[in-house]
Design a protein around this ligand. Sequence first.
Ligand SMILES: O=C(O)CCC(=O)C(=O)O
Ligand SMILES: [Fe+2]
Length: 198
Amino acid sequence: MVLLKGFVKPEDQIGMVRMCRQLGKGPGGFYRPSFKNGAKLNLWTMSLGKNWDPTLRSYGPTRPFDGAQAPTIPDAFKMIAQTANSTASEFPQINPDICIVNYYTNSGKLGLHQDKDESESSLTKGLPFISISIGDTAEFLFGDTRDQDQATKINLESGDVLILGGESRLLFHGVSHVKTNTAPNVYYAPKLGVKARK
Ligand SMILES: O=C(O)CCC(=O)C(=O)O
Ligand SMILES: [Fe+2]
């Protein structure tokens, strides 16, 4: 696991927020997904490149509930993710074809989970996912099990990039809470997590 503090320049953070707002309002934009039992997750999400269905736990070109096609991943997002990826030279380099954008309001959170719905070959090669945080600081948990009490806590601040690859690719991770009004600029949204992967 590699954490690049303050990796994304302030002007690029603002550009990403603008782009997410614009894409989020269009077809395939932000929605609040549900668990299998019908309860809603505490975040808004959209998938770029390919749609990730949190209920089916699989990828496809369109999303089942409204038929919307996943918008294309903006080049600027790919560029930032790939530059961060090459900085963490211990991990293989990817050309991301999936980007999931999570938008957390003040009460937003995400339980401990593994990201393991990517292709078999992506997982066995330990291809990294690259997670860019923008906006309010999030308390991020990670560990070897789903046990929240044993997890390590770190703050993900605006502009931080976290890369999980190789041995750390299947770590359990989640967002315990968002620290309201900690973003460096009022223009920024509450926390946005932009995750690029293959
Ligand atoms: O938003 C984040 O920083 C993490 C999100 C996450 O783990 C996921 O979407 O699988
Ligand atoms: Fe995840």
